[in-house]
Design a protein. Structure first.
Length: 319
């Protein structure tokens, strides 16, 4: 095993030992605590194995990076994803930055890079770097706006997207992002207006249907929400957006158990999205199931630790 892999194993070993000790001390009849410890142990074993493999991949990419031929844009992209998965965040940002410098039209790499920006300093330094390298202003501004949204600088993101939509008024992507920003800023009427217009233009596009359902839920528009949930389910019942729209409808009607089932299905389809867990937390809070509520909110914070809704929900659960 390599030095990096050994370090990863050593870091996880104490936690595994603690989980093993607590499971050994459990009674013969499995208790809730014992089962949780067992699940954590299994998860940590899988994480240890996965991280060891990812570290090997990172090392292999790094050896090719210093070779005479070096890496192309797509290999830098893959190395960035591998480093992200083992939480080497600064190194992952550097790898993804090199990828987009070599291939500025790789929007997937731009999106991943925006998601790894942790503060305004990260965004500013990357912006200066890309502008100095001659990256087109349009692409840099799209990256900046997405990165601002990632760190909850929604006013700055809205300003950029408003400028961009004036330049490219037919862009569905920019219009959708502007709706998300308005939703984050609690300007729900404006977000609803934009998303309804996008639905008129393409009724079969389910992108951001979950956000539209949230706007209708907060406006207590049960008829419109019911129609949206039914139409979304008819198009694709397994899209997480369809599940979230149905869950919001059941929640508005006070059917919290049914809402939980919809949100659980959305979480299974898209486990890296914090929204289903946050909405599950809201429903469990209504059902007075505090332990499940806290678990749901904590899962959401593990996925995205800057989502204020999850932290606010945790505060309510502990109140």
């Amino acid at each position: 095993m390599s030095a990096s892999s050994s370090a990863a194993a050593a870091a996880v070993a104490p936690v595994l030992a603690a989980a093993s000790s607590s499971s050994t001390n459990a009674s013969s009849k499995p208790s809730a605590v014992y089962l949780v410890d067992l699940q954590n142990k299994q998860r940590l074993v899988a994480l240890q194995r996965r991280n060891a493999e990812m570290l090997k991949i990172c090392e292999e990419f790094s050896s090719y990076a210093v070779s005479p031929k070096g890496l192309d844009a797509y290999c830098w992209h893959l190395m960035g994803l591998a480093k992200r998965d083992v939480e080497m965040i600064s190194e992952a940002r550097e790898s993804l930055a090199r990828s987009v410098e070599l291939q500025p039209l790789n929007m997937s790499a731009w999106s991943e890079l925006a998601n790894l920006c942790e503060n305004l300093q990260n965004i500013s330094s990357l912006e200066q770097r890309f502008r100095a390298n001659g990256t087109p202003d349009l692409i840099v501004n799209l990256f900046k706006a997405a990165a601002f949204m990632r760190i909850n600088s929604n006013d700055e993101a809205k300003q950029l997207y408003s400028t961009l939509i004036a330049m490219i008024p037919k862009s569905r992507y920019i219009a959708g992002q502007l709706a998300l920003v308005n939703n984050n800023l609690r300007e729900y009427n404006e977000a609803e207006r934009i998303l309804e217009q996008l639905r008129v233009e393409d009724p079969f596009d389910l992108d951001h249907v979950d956000v539209l359902s949230n706007c209708l839920y907060l406006g207590e528009k049960s008829v419109e929400l019911a129609a949206l949930a039914k139409e979304s389910e008819d198009i694709d019942p397994w899209r997480p957006e369809s599940c979230l729209a149905a869950g919001n409808y059941y929640s508005l009607k006070g059917k919290h158990e049914e809402a939980v089932l919809c949100f659980e299905r959305a979480a299974k389809v898209h486990p890296s999205n914090p929204s289903p867990y946050i909405l599950m937390g809201h429903e469990f809070l209504e059902l007075k199931n505090i332990s499940a509520c806290v678990k749901a909110y904590r899962t959401a914070t593990e996925i995205y630790d800057m989502d204020y809704r999850a932290w606010f929900g945790l505060g309510q659960a502990y109140d």
